[in-house]
Design a binder for this molecule. Structure first.
Ligand code: NCD
Length: 298
């Protein structure tokens, strides 16, 4: 029984073990068994893929699922209210999968709950299970996660999936990581300070497109801007174009946690580098392997 709050709650060997278990789930060699367990999905912020793939993962392992998905989080902006909800939920379930707009909310919930809490996104801070899916995709495509060249394009200031990815990469020693964003959306200093691999910041993806093995794109996280004018200034500041992808290596990969808004030209979807839908397809096997590790055997 354990919490998953940050990607750094995992050691490298735990990540590798989880990926091996996911391989076995995918191939049908292993079937997670969670009969008699109940998973709560507590989504205070909107979600399509994360909530549904956790639900599908839990159901396919024989668990039951209850929960809610509403953006009425604005009324739950005080720690006290959240604490009460968590105390209630843990009476009803064996594990709580939670998404909330407040940074640090998952850690807060885990401190209150005796049952395991899985962070499905806390504000702009982290989204560890998405990073697991992303890195699993990298491993599937390249046969390795070490020594690759990554580019992160987009809203690096507010995208929590990027934080979790930059952190998991500290386990795999990339050759180079390019952080590509408009100046207003640069990655935060506190994340950059943690990184143990070479990083370069730039504003135009075309400058390095031919070098990349993996290009990870994110949408602008509009809901995290405190000032609508600030959002207006950057809203169309980057977009991945067909012509740009033509200059990528043929065996390189474009990833995106989804949802996509307009930051990737839709014509790119049929190019060989477009791997974001494949990436999304690994969500259920990976999350069912994770739920098994978190809940089975207690
Ligand atoms: C991401 C999130 O919620 O942070 N969505 C997801 O779970 N795949 C990315 C996003 O919303 O842009």
């Amino acid at each position: 029984m354990r919490d998953v709050i940050s990607i750094l709650d995992f050691s490298k060997s735990e990540v590798l073990e989880l990926f091996e278990l996911t391989d076995e789930v995918l191939s049908g060699k292993f079937k997670p068994r969670l009969e008699g367990k109940i998973v709560a999905t507590a989504f205070f912020e909107p979600s399509t893929r994360t909530a549904l793939s956790f639900t599908s993962a839990a159901l396919s392992a024989g668990a039951k699922v209850l929960g809610f998905s509403s953006d009425e989080a604005t009324s739950v902006s005080k720690g006290e209210n959240l604490a009460d909800t968590i105390r209630m939920l843990e009476n009803y379930a064996d594990c709580i999968v939670m998404r909330h707009k407040l940074d640090g909310s998952a850690k807060f919930a885990a401190e209150i709950a005796k049952k395991p809490v899985i962070n499905a996104g806390d504000g702009k801070r982290e989204h560890p299970t998405q990073a697991l899916i992303d890195m699993y995709t990298v491993r599937k495509l390249f046969g390795t996660m070490e020594g690759l060249t990554f580019g992160f394009l987009g809203d690096l200031r507010y995208a929590r999936t990027v934080n979790s990815m930059l952190r998991i990469l500290t386990m795999f020693r990339p050759r180079m990581v390019y952080l590509i964003s408009p100046p207003q959306l640069r990655a935060r200093a506190e994340i950059l300070e943690e990184l143990n691999y070479p990083v370069k910041e730039l504003t135009d993806v075309r400058d390095i497109i031919g070098e990349l093995d993996v290009l990870y794109v994110t949408r602008i996280q509009r809901e995290r801007f405190l000032d609508e004018d600030e959002y207006e200034k950057v809203k169309e500041s980057y977009r991945l174009e067909y012509r740009t992808v033509e200059k990528m290596k043929r065996d390189s990969a474009i990833l995106h946690p989804l949802p996509r808004v307009s930051e990737i030209d839709r014509r790119i979807d049929s190019m060989p580098q477009a791997k974001y839908f494949l990436e999304a397809s690994y969500a259920v096997p990976l999350r069912s392997a994770l739920l098994h590790e978190v809940m089975a055997g207690d």
